[in-house]
Design a protein. Structure first.
Length: 133
């Protein structure tokens, strides 16, 4: 079930960020690049967050005693920078534009993801159980 939840959040991220990239760049190939970026960065961010949860659970590092939201924000900032660099490198667009697109896309997908996390116990888990049935 956890794998399907990861896949669900990856799909949502790809849809939201792909839509933002498509609206800004106005070409479908940019949506494909956005999806490719997210297939790399989204699982890494989720792995980071689950690693933090694991380490905190067992009290292994005091660094991770920091508020979860701060560590989430640090991960998101890193993702924005990595995706902006990838857009800049692949698309040969100005770094400022690539940063803006990455920032807006990640802001939108993080907001949508946090809303889904808020309701996860109620309907995301039910959706996953329905798919597994």
């Amino acid at each position: 079930a956890a794998t399907l939840i990861f896949a669900f959040y990856l799909l949502v991220t790809c849809l939201v960020e792909g839509a933002v990239a498509g609206l800004v760049f106005r070409k479908f190939r940019f949506v494909k690049y956005s999806i490719a970026c997210n297939v790399i960065t989204n699982p890494l961010l989720n792995l980071w967050l689950y690693l933090i949860a694991f380490v905190r659970e067992f009290g292994l590092l005091e660094l991770f005693e920091t508020d979860w939201h701060v560590l989430f924000l640090c991960g998101e900032v890193l993702v924005v920078l990595v995706e902006a660099w990838i857009y800049h490198y692949i698309l040969q667009r100005k770094m400022a534009l690539c940063f803006l697109v990455s920032f807006l896309a990640n802001l939108c997908s993080a907001a949508v993801g946090l809303v889904f996390m808020w309701f996860e116990e109620q309907w995301v888990s039910s959706l996953v159980e329905f798919v597994l049935a």
